[in-house]
Each structure stands twice: as C-alpha cells, then as structure tokens.
Design a protein around this ligand. Structure first.
Ligand code: IMP
Ligand code: MG
Length: 202
C-alpha cells in the first residue's frame, strides 16, 4: 500500500508534490493520489472555459459550499473570464466523519439575494447527492433566474437521488478521499491534490 506516513527522514516523498511532508504529521494516513495537482488544474481550466462560454451576457453568481469547496472555488473563479460575483454558504450534514446522513443544517447563509440571478453552485464532491439535493431545493425557493451545479468530484454509483449536474470535474471511485479542500475531522484540506484516505472509516 502506498500510504504516506510522516517521517522527518524522508527527503523524496516520491509523489507529485515535493512539499507534501510539510503538511503531514505522525499518524497521518494519506493514500495514493487519486487526482494529481496538474490534472486538477487542467480540468479546472476546461471547466472555466466552458462556463465562460455558457454564461456570456448573463454573468453567474458563484455559490460555494463551505468548507470543502473553498479551494475549488478559488481556482475555478479565476478560470472564468466573466464579471462574476462570489458568495458562500456553510452547511453541516449530520452523520459521522466519513458518512453523510442527508440531513443538512445551514450554518452560514448567503449574503447576496438570489432573485433573478444566474446561480452556479460550486461543490467539492457529490457522494450520495443528498446534500446537494437539499441545497438545490433550498436555493430554488429563492427564485433565481437559473440554477446549475459545478461539482469537482462525483463518486461513481453512489447517488441515492437523481441530480442534474451541469459541470463535473472528475468521476472517481466510491472510496473516501481527502485533500484540495476535502477533510477528515478538519485535517488534510491544504493538500494540493486529491488522495485516498487510508485511515479508519466507519
Ligand atoms: P453527500 O450528501 O453524500 O453527497 O455528501 C456530500 C458532502 O459530504 C460533501 O459535500 C463533502 O463535504 C462530504 N463528503 C462526501 N464524500 C467525501 C469524501 O470522500 N471526502 C471528504 N468529504 C466527503
Ligand atoms: Mg461539500
């Protein structure tokens, strides 16, 4: 198994990020790279170009879902060549560290009014799809002119609800992943690539 374990002696981590070990500590279980930093950035450039083309003449309001989407939002927004606005909401889904229950609590609501706006939800990862499904209903009630979703990652075969995802970065296997905004108990968000999580899941 290619789990990375923190060691002060390691000089060559052998993966695509030379400073990876600065971000780890003893006991961390960061698995193999699922999506590399280069692949993430290339795909985000493509997504930005597609969004730029689709939203000509109707600048989008990007709505990021905290905390996981913060890094994706940062890169994606810079890849969109349009005068867009950015807002965030924070949700917390009840459940364990690695599994969602689908019951969502709004921790931080939006500051910008959605009425008649072209809203593009920027989401880190769609697993069961229950969080996004709840959010879509919540946001549609505010009567935007349009509502679409841009999800960086979609877990293959896991969705328990039908979702209309306008933009998808990567479809990945169903295993738990970390990095590039995604966490386990608030750790690993600052890894620049998406990795498998080799620690215990419940
Ligand atoms: P869903 O409601 O099952 O689609 O789960 C959505 C939310 O759970 C995501 O927005 C993430 O915050 C979190 N999540 C789901 N899968 C993962 C994962 O593999 N790593 C980190 N967070 C995840
Ligand atoms: Mg999320």
């Amino acid at each position: 198994m290619s789990t990375l374990r923190y060691s002060r002696d390691v000089t060559d981590p052998g993966i695509d990020c030379p400073t990876q070990f600065d971000r780890l500590e003893e006991g961390d279980e960061v698995g193999k790279v699922i999506v590399s930093e280069a692949d993430l950035q290339a795909r985000i450039a493509d997504l930005g170009a597609a969004i730029t083309a689709d939203y000509q003449g109707r600048p989008p309001l990007l709505v990021g879902v905290l905390k996981g989407a913060f890094m994706f939002m940062s890169d994606l927004s810079r890849a969109i060549a349009l005068p867009c606005e950015v807002d965030f909401m924070a949700v917390s889904s009840y459940g364990s560290a690695t599994r969602t229950s689908g019951v969502v609590r709004i921790v931080k609501d939006l500051d910008i009014v959605l009425l008649d706006r072209h809203v593009l939800v920027v989401e880190d990862i769609v697993d069961s799809g229950l969080t996004l499904s709840y959010l879509q209903r919540y946001l549609l009630a505010r009567q935007p002119a349009s509502l679409e979703v841009c999800a960086l990652l979609v877990k293959e075969g896991q969705q328990r609800t039908a979702l209309d995802l306008r933009y998808v970065g990567f479809t990945i296997p169903a295993d738990f992943v970390i990095g590039y905004g995604l966490d386990v108990a608030e750790r690993y968000r600052n890894l620049p690539a998406i990795h498998a999580y080799d620690g215990p899941t419940d």
